[in-house]
Design a protein around this ligand. Structure first.
Ligand SMILES: Nc1ncnc2c1ncn2[C@@H]1O[C@H](COP(=O)(O)OP(=O)(O)OP(=O)(O)O)[C@@H](O)[C@H]1O
Length: 230
């Protein structure tokens, strides 16, 4: 589903990401972890063609993301606030994004019902996105990415700023989506969440993938040791 080939990103002659070869198969649930500045957002941004690589390429289903558009129809993503439209309410925003993906009013009503445990209808209709708290803005972005019924879902720190109940809801939702065949790639600083839901974890350090972990029992302990969590 995702291939990174000789992918490199430099800023002012400093390499912030360098991945010789990486393949992520369809149906995987992959977590991307690494310290601040390790290159997680850079990697996700390159996969989504939001920034240009210095060299190398990203293929989605064999197509170069920098040269084709088709992958956008099956890829849902949320990397941060600048994905949102601040002067719309959450419902208006979801409706707009849904229209781009062939959804109608009935689809939206059903979706709003499904996600009522995560984001109440009251917050969805009565405020502009610009006036929401950071956590609620993140929820809107994550929901919009999910609402497009993607085959591939890419999220940057989806648990950040969410209250504990919402984190738990999101973990269940992402697991369910993955069980239904959605390929998920997400970054996170929450090692517990990552080891709970992911089947594969990529550890980034200074722009390099230094560990590619098949998630098993003792992975949390191993990761906590790397991150000096006591
Ligand atoms: N536009 C830019 N100009 C210059 N340097 C940049 C730019 N964007 C990112 N960087 C640098 O690239 C490196 C990787 O940043 P990136 O945001 O990918 O890290 P990250 O792993 O997502 O970090 P965090 O966990 O703090 O979000 C950092 O050193 C950052 O300063």
């Amino acid at each position: 589903m995702i291939e990174l080939i000789d992918l490199q990103k430099d800023y002012s002659n400093k390499t912030v990401l360098a991945v010789k070869q990486l393949e992520i198969s369809s149906g995987c649930f992959v977590g991307l972890v690494g310290n601040n500045g390790a290159g997680k957002t850079t990697m996700l941004s390159l996969i989504l063609d939001l920034i240009k690589s210095t060299s190398g390429k990203v293929l989605l289903k064999g197509n170069d993301v920098a040269k084709t558009e088709n992958w956008k129809t099956y890829t849902g993503s949320y990397l941060g606030e600048n994905f949102l439209i601040p002067f719309l309410t959450p419902v208006e925003y979801l409706s707009y994004i849904g229209t781009l993906h062939g959804k109608n009013k009935a689809d939206l009503d059903l979706f709003l019902l499904e996600i009522s445990g995560f984001f109440s209808n009251e917050s969805m209709e009565n405020k502009y996105i610009r006036d929401l708290s950071l956590g609620n803005k993140n929820k809107v972005g994550i929901l919009a990415a999910i609402y497009t019924s993607p085959e591939l879902l890419i999220l940057d720190e989806p648990f950040a700023n969410l209250d504990p109940g919402s984190q738990s809801w999101l973990k269940r939702k992402l697991t369910e989506l993955n069980q239904n065949g959605v390929t998920v790639l997400m970054s996170s600083h929450d090692l517990k969440h990552v080891t709970d839901v992911c089947s594969r974890i990529l550890l980034l350090d200074n722009g390099n993938i230094i560990n590619d972990i098949n998630v098993q029992k003792n992975v949390l302990v191993e990761l906590e040791s790397y991150f000096n969590v006591h």
